[in-house]
Write a protein that binds this ligand. Structure first.
Ligand code: BGC
Length: 746
């Protein structure tokens, strides 16, 4: 055997040992689960499917139950949600250890964008298009949460959202399916790492499925959509989560084409557990099993439990329908015990994989908790993520970045001195932690600027309401400054669950105050804090500089200061279309052409558009500015025809011709020009975020394969049809720098 072959042999040997070990480990877990199952009474089995809220936080109707501890002791509860901290989780776990079979509890929590160290809201993070940073953010959230007793986060939310009226748009990656898949994968990997590692928590892809398409953006509402759209737009991020190894799924509140998702067999049993081979377990959403009575798909809780368990919902979050009805359903022979065993096994398996049977207090180490929460490494990562999430929407006459040599800066607005506001919805209130660790915008600027700069402050107005009594002071303060930074937007709980709004303009009198500030003639930089794309035409048209600063988390103030003063050059780009009016909603970039397409505002009548509005959104998908300038050149395709089993490569050179180093998000779009099913006018199929020093350039290459050319035809087959494709490379969906056609041949 020569050296090369010997090396190959060793590699094969190592791989077989590795796979044999993994298989053996899995086998032992399967065997352990089977052995445990044999010892369990039906009541104990059903207990594993039962999840209660720890009384602290609630996002749904709560059932006061003073008997929880007793039920845990009897093995009638498998999981608690909203129990936080090593002290609290340990005390519950101790009770579980008093049960006959000592099956540990699972502690689940909505760790959506950080635990104590709070990262930007997910929609803001998505705007960074920085998958590594998002993965790291999820990893840090998992590290802190797992140190604080948590085993399982109800994240990521991978719902595609095309309607900014829907408050939960803040929780996802935006409107695009391709980007949504990439972000789903990054977040699942970040949260989970390798399940069982001390810093890992189980991820939960939610809400399965199509929750983001609720009628009119009204939370919890119905969804009626074609199978083709479901498969093409809404399901792929869930499939990406399965492929990334997501341990759990959560179903959704909505009905899908008349069948509540919680009782939807096609979704959970046929697609998720069948076609996709998902081996984890599905938790219902809060009370969603019982809510099927309100939907009108079942008569009572007995039927609700039957519908959900048959459809593949394994764990009942807070509705108690399983606890109260599954035994009878088995006795009545409506369901087999095998169905229950399957659900129980899926849950027990995860408890074994997490290592909870070896040590139920594995994630309950108070020293680790103290060391992990908001440590300096985590704080640095949160600041980095926050500055990467800020979108520069406008920068007339290069007002930004501001000079650190400015003598007087006025910081005005209702957000300036706020702490908790910066965290945004779905933050975690960690027990025993006050808000002082959060860096306010005021503090962030103070940290940045030396003693030579005089920072002035006026609140000016509230976020909501009509009170203008603070205007005069704000105007006075503005007049004394060289530059005004005006901080406005939504309150942190205006976007989030059950936070749908029909009016998504800037609340209160904030834009009126801006008008007065602009009238002073001072340069005004506007910061907009929000959980969704807002409508702010006055600001967009009149303020010289705008940064979309979302809810950036606990390092908000520092990150904003980094961007304002040019220590970081903003690179983020929108991942949702920003409408110019609620009347345009839903508006998304990857729509069909229709038979009466509109190509510019001047066309009129008998076209598919509103007659009283521009056809354009305020900001298109993929849009965002930089302090520097990028020029695109040297476009090339390596061939003009491609076979399905081949790839085709497109390359482009990007030069940084401005004064600042910076990152550019280069976007690749495709359009299938003629197909058996109508195709969108443009679809994101790849992107690259690249750093280029001022004066330098980089050439990048995109590889297009069959997958990128495929779509679901009307028979729901995933096909790449021969014919012409238009390839587009650009800086935004509405800023295409180059187009070229190639042909897919048989
Ligand atoms: C939400 C879920 C969340 C659950 C637990 C529900 O109301 O829809 O996303 O995970 O509450 O807090």
């Amino acid at each position: 055997m020569n050296i090369k072959n010997a090396n190959k042999f060793i590699l094969v040997l190592m791989l077989s040992v590795f796979f044999a070990n993994t298989n053996a480990q899995q086998k032992t877990i399967d065997q352990k689960v089977a052995a445990l199952l044999k010892q369990m009474t039906i009541e104990e089995k059903i207990g594993q499917l039962n999840q209660y809220n720890d009384d602290a936080d609630a996002t749904g109707p709560t059932t006061v139950d003073n008997d929880k501890a007793n039920q845990i002791r009897k093995g009638q509860v498998g999981s608690l949600l909203n129990a936080k901290g090593t002290v609290r989780t340990r005390s519950w776990q101790k009770i579980a250890m008093e049960s006959r079979l000592k099956i540990p509890l699972l502690f689940g929590l909505d760790v959506i964008h950080g635990y104590k160290t709070t990262f930007p809201i997910p929609l803001a993070e998505a705007a960074s298009w920085d998958l590594d940073a998002m993965q790291l953010g999820a990893r840090i959230a998992a590290t802190e949460a797992s140190a604080s007793g948590i085993h399982w986060t109800f994240a990521p939310m991978v719902d595609i959202a095309r309607d900014p009226r829907w408050g939960r748009i803040m929780e996802g990656a935006g409107e695009d399916t391709y980007l949504g898949c990439k972000i789903a994968e990054a977040r699942v990997k970040g949260f989970q790492g390798k399940l069982g590692d001390i810093n890992s928590v189980m991820a939960c892809a939610k809400h399965f499925a199509a929750y983001g398409a609720a009628v009119g953006g009204r939370d919890y509402n119905s969804v009626d959509m074609s199978d083709r759209q479901l498969w093409e737009v809404y399901l792929p991020p869930f499939k990406a989560a399965v492929d990334a190894g997501a341990a759990t799924f959560m179903n959704s509140f909505n009905d899908l084409n008349g069948v509540p998702a919680t009782g939807n067999k096609m979704l959970q049993r046929d697609i998720l557990k069948g076609k996709w081979g998902f081996k984890g377990f599905v938790v219902s959403d809060w009370g969603s099993i019982g809510e099927m009575q309100n939907h009108g798909s079942v008569k009572n809780e007995y039927e609700a439990a039957l519908s959900a368990i048959t459809a593949g919902s394994d764990m009942d979050m807070e509705s108690r329908c399983y606890k109260n009805n599954l035994t009878k359903l088995v006795a009545d022979k409506k369901i087999s015990i095998a169905l229950i065993d399957d659900a129980v096994s899926r849950i027990l398996k995860k408890k074994f994989e997490l290592g909870l049977f070896d040590d139920p207090y594995k994630y309950c180490n108070a020293d680790r908790e103290t060391a992990a929460l908001n440590n300096t490494t985590h704080v640095a990562a949160a600041r980095d993520m926050a500055k990467k999430s800020i979108i520069l929407l406008k920068n007339e006459n290069n007002i930004l970045p501001l000079s650190k040599a400015l003598k007087t800066i006025a910081l005005i607005g209702p957000m300036v001195k706020q702490l908790k506001q910066n965290k945004g919805f779905w933050d975690v209130d960690v027990p025993g932690v006050d808000s002082n660790f959060i860096v306010s915008q005021w503090k962030g600027l103070q940290n940045k600027l030396g003693a030579n700069t005089n920072l002035l402050y006026a609140k000016g107005c509230n976020i909501e309401g009509n009170d203008k009594s603070g205007f005069a002071e704000a105007i006075e303060v503005a007049k004394q400054a060289e530059v005004v930074v005006f901080s406005m937007g939504e309150k942190r709980d205006m976007s989030g669950e059950a936070k749908s709004r029909s009016d998504i303009s800037i609340p209160g009198v904030q834009e009126e105050l801006l008008k007065e500030l602009l009238a002073t003639g001072k340069p005004v930089v506007v910061l907009i804090h929000a959980g969704r794309p807002l409508v702010f035409n006055y600001t967009a048209d009149n303020a010289p500089a705008i940064l979309y600063t979302w809810w950036l988390g606990s390092e908000a103030g520092n990150a904003i200061a980094d961007v304002l003063f040019g220590d970081y050059n903003p690179a983020a780009k929108t991942t949702t279309t920003f409408p110019r009016s609620v009347g345009q909603v839903p508006i998304y970039y990857n729509h069909f052409n229709t038979g009466r397409p509109v190509t510019n505002d001047k066309e009129h009548l008998y076209r598919s558009a509103y007659n009283d509005l521009s056809i354009y959104p305020k900001y298109a998908f993929g849009y965002g500015l930089s302090y520097t300038k990028f020029e695109y050149s040297n476009f090339a395709l390596n061939k003009k025809t491609v076979k399905a089993n081949e790839t085709i490569e497109a390359s482009v050179t990007i030069a940084n011709t401005g004064k600042y180093d910076g990152e550019e998000i280069v976007q690749l779009y495709l359009k299938d020009k003629v197909a058996s099913s109508v195709r969108p006018i443009i679809e994101l199929k790849d992107f690259k975020k690249i750093f280029i020093k001022s004066g330098e350039s980089k050439t990048i290459k995109f590889v297009i394969d069959k997958e990128k050319l495929s779509f679901y035809n009307t028979q729901l087959q995933w096909v790449a049809e021969p014919g012409d494709f238009e390839l587009m490379i650009g800086a935004a969906s509405n800023d295409i720098k180059w187009k070229e056609v190639f042909e897919l041949v048989k």
